[in-house]
Design a binder for this molecule. Structure first.
Ligand code: SF4
Ligand code: SF4
Ligand code: SF4
Ligand code: FES
Length: 945
């Protein structure tokens, strides 16, 4: 029996709460009403044989292996489809049952290759287990009859194979794809003996609709669908539970190991964010951790044109400290700063912001949330009182109307999208507000009630118009507003919203969405019993990002949709630990727990603990650092795990700033684009080596556990600690748990959190303290964190970025499923097979008028710069709008994005750039320079080897 296989109780848990008593094999058992006999038996420790059922899929009743006897009933009911009844007396093991089960297994085995000893599933095969369990010793039919043993192997998917000769047609894979993933990529083709599993229209897996989530592979009880890593390396011998290091869903995984080698990542059934599901990134794209380009030794160089020099840790740390000290001596204490990483653990982040405040002696610390969800922090804190989403993911299962604004969950938060799709298939209604026709608008068994394809940059007028209709048509929840909100703020907001410019007709002209659609969507949202808003970077990355976040909070409060399950305002946060990096005090104006740096009481608490004086003035944000660098007053940066040169907007300006600095220290896995401007490179650790915590989009604090030692010799918090010490500040943690203890002591919302507590309870959602010892899944239940909810007026101030004759189109940006952000990880995996380059989506009309063909090269120009990329002609974008991703550094999507940013937080306006496109035949000037620089850096790297 496989040592790492997770328990399978056969069928899903019953949702009922009342219990019934039954007798199974003479022993009493108490189970929830509605539980199947199979599950009741398994919960009691009796393993009734089964093949076609598994506990994350609805019972199917096809294999007939799980038959049982029930006293007083004729025949042999299938235990997986028969619910228990009070007083039932069940027998799971009798002579008659054994005979039936042996006959069933005999039929299966007569058409199955007898290669158990050399099969990749040997030791982890349910068919093999069942043959043993029923005592099958002989196959009377022989093996010479008609069979499927010559069926071909489909190895087209880079991560798993489909060996049809081993298929028992139990349909678990098909049902997993339908029920769990919601992609409906598989079918059972044919009938009887000819029935077989087919991907898409008899395609191979790679060419089909399959999104490689792995649910079918996990569901398969045989070696038919099998991870190639298991085929290559064999079965695991131990496992460790940890958290995915890609997106803000924060899926729990069981990392399965053979000795010191990772052989598989299996989604963890008890993971409270993912309930045993996964996407292609977390499930399969972990090979980057051991990619040959990963840097394993510290590097230093005096000038960026010099070759890197490999040195020992102490030399690199001393070198960085000396250069930082020299800069501060010459240019002042505030001439350097640090960036924390949302890819790193809370503990690693906390020590970096502490290094800046305590050892650098300033508040020049910022984080990549600056460029993604900083408006979420500002907007939700202002209106509701806390800088985070209001709900757990499971809350979506109680929503009746779901409004998705500026987010593309099926590609950016795939596991949550699958859960949302389950709810939509159950009948919840969907409103999508997005310039593009994202996948959710129309997919198998799902169709949005309304899609509002607004022009990029017009979120605020559209949310105002939705509110206008809700007020106008009497859909405001007056009781809720009166009891829960500041009534004066409501009245002021209401009178602004009722101005004619906020009517659907007024807004239709600027947003491009017709008034009737706005009206209908507002009615649907405003009349719902439970209406929930989910949003993403398509909301925040605008010059009115904070306004829009507050606009959504206003709408949710006005309709009484905050404070219970099924409702809320929910940011789908991008990176694995972007919530945590903000919680940890990574912003220049806030200490851990979002407490302003100017607060004497809070500051003195930290000062006492850290033994230093903390500057009461907020420090620089990232754009301030760049501007000051260009002006010659900001000279050094310690950058933990963020590729500023690729991910920040207005690349030419960023490159100018980076090239003007005297000491850039990059701590990362790979020599990324920013490292081209660096003087010290400190190799970091992958998530497989980290000990700590990540916090996902639902405020869930998940444990990250190491499955191996730090491969380059040092934990990341230790690197930061060494640097602090070299700068003369005593930092003396002996492990990551001690750092979390300090976070908990200094941060009221984390008071109860410790590694031990998390190991005991699994995970917890903050606030977790004396008032909420087991955490807080839903926020603002009886009252808002700020007391009364605050309505904030959300007048529309259009961006200064406008289309004109020279740049008549609007560019907006986003992601695709298989790549992740700047692609540093996913580009170093087989995920490239799905998307090797960034493409520019263009509407056929815009393409035709410019003579652009599908797949041809296009020059994309804005007032900031120009790049060349390949066109994809599609009606997913409407005329006048083009769209691209930013996963590949050589594309340089941010060469064209602008300096405009959110008025409150400086979050860049990635989503709106006025551009022109034209046919092209070669790379742009910047791309030529990029290629030359990459070649030069490649040569420098080679001289080091
Ligand atoms: S990998 Fe996922 S999407 Fe692909 S066929 Fe299997 S369940 Fe469906
Ligand atoms: S591929 Fe696996 S899960 Fe799918 S029908 Fe065949 S044996 Fe069952
Ligand atoms: S949904 Fe996000 S957290 Fe989950 S496996 Fe995919 S990338 Fe990882
Ligand atoms: S497990 Fe019940 S019929 Fe297959």
């Amino acid at each position: 029996m496989n040592k790492t296989r997770q328990a399978d109780l056969g069928t899903p848990a019953s949702p009922k709460t009342e219990t019934v008593r039954v007798e199974i094999d003479g022993l009493p058992a108490t189970v929830k009403a509605g539980t199947t006999i199979l599950r009741a038996a398994r919960e009691s420790g009796i393993d009734v044989p089964k093949l076609c059922s598994t506990d994350n899929l609805k019972p199917f009743g096809s294999c007939r292996l799980c038959l049982v006897e029930v006293e007083g009933r004729k025949g042999y009911p299938a235990s997986c489809t028969t619910p228990v009844e009070a007083g039932m007396k069940i027998r799971t093991q009798t002579e008659a049952l054994s005979k039936i089960r042996r006959n069933v297994m005999e039929l299966y085995i007569s058409d199955h290759p007898l290669d158990c000893l050399t099969c990749s599933a040997n030791g982890d095969c349910e068919l093999q287990d069942m043959a043993g369990a029923v005592g099958l010793r002989d196959v009377r039919y022989g093996f010479d009859g008609e069979n499927h043993l010559d069926a071909p192997v489909d190895a087209s998917n880079p991560y798993f194979q489909f060996d049809a000769s081993k298929c028992i047609v139990c349909s678990r894979c098909v049902r997993a794809c339908d029920e769990v993933q919601g992609t409906f990529a598989l079918t059972i083709e044919g009938r009887g003996f000819d029935s077989k599993v087919s991907a898409g229209m008899s395609e191979n897996f790679l060419d089909s609709e399959c999104v490689s989530c792995g649910a079918c592979v996990q569901a398969c009880p045989t070696a038919t669908l099998m991870e190639k890593s298991i085929v290559d390396h064999g079965q695991p011998d131990h496992s460790v539970v940890t958290t995915c290091a890609y997106c803000g869903v924060g899926c729990s995984f069981q990392v399965e190991m053979k000795g010191s080698q990772v052989v598989r990542m299996t989604p963890y059934k008890d993971g409270q964010a993912n309930h045993g599901h996964s996407c292609v990134k977390g499930r399969f794209a972990w090979g980057y951790a051991s990619h040959r380009e990963r840097v394993m030794k510290p590097l230093i160089r005096d000038n960026t044109s010099d070759p890197w020099r490999e040195v020992e840790w102490q030399e690199a740390i001393d070198y960085a400290a000396r250069r930082f000290k020299e800069i501060q001596a010459r240019h002042g204490q505030k001439s350097i700063g640090g960036i924390t990483s949302s890819r790193c653990t809370n503990e690693e982040v906390f020590v970096v912001q502490k290094l800046v405040r305590a050892a650098f002696g300033n508040n020049n610390v910022d984080t990549c949330a600056r460029v993604c969800h900083s408006p979420t922090g500002y907007g939700l804190k202002t209106t509701l009182g806390t800088s985070a989403g209001t709900q757990p993911f499971d809350s979506v299962m109680d929503a009746d109307v779901i409004m998705v604004i500026g987010a593309n969950p099926t590609v950016a938060h795939p596991v949550f999208a699958s859960q949302m799709k389950q709810r939509l298939r159950e009948g919840a209604q969907l409103i999508v507000v997005d310039p593009r026709e994202i996948g959710l608008v129309r997919s198998p068994h799902i169709e949005a009630a309304y899609h509002l394809p607004l022009l990029p940059g017009t979120n605020v007028p559209v949310i105002n118009a939705l509110a206008h209709v809700i007020i106008d048509e009497g859909l405001v929840d007056d009781d809720y507003v009166r009891e829960r909100c500041e009534i004066d703020s409501f009245e002021a907001w209401k009178s602004r919203i009722m101005r004619p410019e906020n009517s659907p007709e007024g807004v239709a002209k600027i947003s491009g969405v017709d008034a009737e659609t706005i009206r209908a969507a507002a009615r649907l949202f405003g009349s719902a019993r439970n209406a929930a808003i989910y949003y993403g970077l398509g909301v925040t990355e605008h010059s009115q990002g904070s306004t829009m976040v507050m606009g959504m909070a206003n709408l949710a409060m006005a309709t009484g949709n905050i404070g219970r399950s099924g409702v809320g305002v929910n940011p789908l946060r991008g990176q694995n630990n972007v919530q945590g990096s903000c919680d940890m005090g990574s912003f220049p104006h806030e200490l851990a727990g979002y407490r302003h740096i100017s607060g004497d009481e809070v500051r003195s608490q930290f000062e006492e603990h850290w033994g230093v004086t903390i500057d009461p003035e907020p420090g620089f944000r990232i754009p301030n650092m760049f501007d000051a660098a260009c002006a010659g007053t900001f000279k050094g940066m310690y950058i933990q795990g963020e590729d500023l040169a690729q991910s920040d907007p207005d690349t030419l300006h960023v490159e100018d700033a980076l090239s003007k600095m005297q000491c850039i220290v990059v701590q990362d896995l790979f020599l990324n684009e920013t490292a081209k401007f660096a003087h010290v490179f400190l190799p970091g650790t992958s998530f497989l080596e980290k000990d700590g915590t990540f916090i996902n989009a639902e405020r869930r604090i998940n444990r990250v556990r190491p499955v191996m030692e730090a491969q380059q010799g040092k934990d990341e918090w230790e690197i930061t600690q060494d640097l602090a010490q070299a700068l003369g500040y005593p930092m003396n943690y002996s492990n990551a748990a001690e750092i979390m203890d300090e976070i908990a002591e200094l941060t009221p919302t984390f008071n109860n959190v410790s590694f031990k507590f998390l190991d005991d309870v699994g995970s917890v959602q903050w606030p977790c303290n004396e008032d909420a010892p087991m955490g807080t899944p839903i926020m603002h239940i009886d009252q808002f964190v700020r007391g009364k909810g605050l309505f904030v007026e959300t007048d529309y101030v259009p961006t200064e970025e406008r289309t004109n004759r020279k740049f008549p189109l609007l560019l907006t940006t986003g992601r695709i499923l298989s790549q992740y952000n700047v692609g540093a990880q996913t580009r170093r995996t087989a995920n490239n097979v799905w998307y090797g380059e960034d493409l520019l989506e263009v509407h056929p009309h815009d393409a035709e008028t410019r003579g652009i063909r599908d797949g041809s090269l296009v020059a994309l120009a804005s007032r900031k710069g120009d790049i060349t990329l390949r066109a994809k002609i599609t009606t997913r974008v409407k005329p006048g709008v083009v769209y691209t991703t930013f996963h590949n550094p050589e594309t340089g999507a941010n060469v064209v994005t602008t300096e405009y940013s959110d008025w409150a937080t400086n979050c860049p306006e990635y989503k709106v750039t006025a551009v022109q496109i034209s046919p092209a035949s070669r790379r742009s000037g910047w791309q030529e320079e990029f290629a030359a620089r990459a070649e030069q850096q490649g040569k420098i790297a080679e001289t080091n080897q």
